[in-house]
Design a protein around this ligand. Structure first.
Ligand SMILES: [Zn+2]
Length: 226
């Protein structure tokens, strides 16, 4: 295995091989993994096996089942798929291993300074554009902060609070700029325990003027005006 890698990093790398065999890596990830393969016969052997599996999957055409004998998948096939899916879910570790590989590759890349720079910069996850909004008129005992996140499908309200009566149901309604209200969701009060509640509204941020939290008698126990 490559001298630049710790055993953990090498294990993370091997988990990328299934995604590579199925053509699921980005260009930068692929470049980094391929650079490692040049120096690692173990990973090359593993990749060859995974590619054979990917080929047999592609050939297992459901339309032909019945005409020809159905290929029996090898027992480890399930693991390969789980690995590929799990890898998709672990974007952060994947980015980390790519940056580790890129750092290693940058040492050996000859005459490819431009390309090396391209993948030494690991992509950062985009920051969540959370907009803090003021809350007011909270009922006695309620302490809260709120923020909103604009989305293409509407707006998310992130409400952190203590003091909403334990076990009581509350509704959150968004007020639109033209004076209407739309339900954004409900929650149950958690008393003295701090709650972190996300509420989704179909009202777009630019059309929203604020929100209110209503108790079971429709009394506003908290308001926020944007
Ligand atoms: Zn390897």
């Amino acid at each position: 295995m490559n001298d630049h890698l710790t055993p953990d990093d090498h294990r993370a790398l091997r988990e990328l091989l299934a995604a590579l065999a199925q053509g699921q890596l980005t260009d930068a990830e692929r470049t980094a993994v391929l650079a490692h393969l040049d120096s690692c016969p173990d990973c090359r052997a593993e990749l060859a096996q995974l590619e054979a599996t990917a080929r047999s999957l592609r050939h297992a055409d459901p339309d032909r089942v019945g005409g020809t004998p159905t290929p029996v998948p090898p027992p480890w096939l399930g693991d390969a798929i789980v690995t590929a899916i799990g890898d998709e879910a672990r974007r952060r570790p994947r980015r980390r291993i790519v940056s580790v590989l890129a750092a290693a590759a940058a040492v050996v890349v000859i005459g490819g300074a431009g390309a090396a720079v391209g993948y030494t910069v690991a992509p950062k996850p985009p920051a969540i554009p959370l907009e803090a909004v003021a809350v007011a008129d909270a009922a006695a005992g309620v302490t809260s902060t709120a923020g909103v996140v604009p989305h293409t499908w509407g707006m998310e309200i992130k409400l952190t609070a203590t003091g909403f009566a334990s076990g009581q149901r509350y509704r959150v309604v968004v007020q639109t700029a033209d004076g209407k209200e739309a339900l954004a969701g409900e929650f149950i009060g958690t008393g003295a325990n701090e709650m972190h509640c996300n509420l989704n509204s179909s009202v777009l941020r630019q059309n929203a003027a604020g929100f209110r939290v209503l108790d079971q008698t429709d009394r506003a126990v908290l308001t926020s005006t944007f």
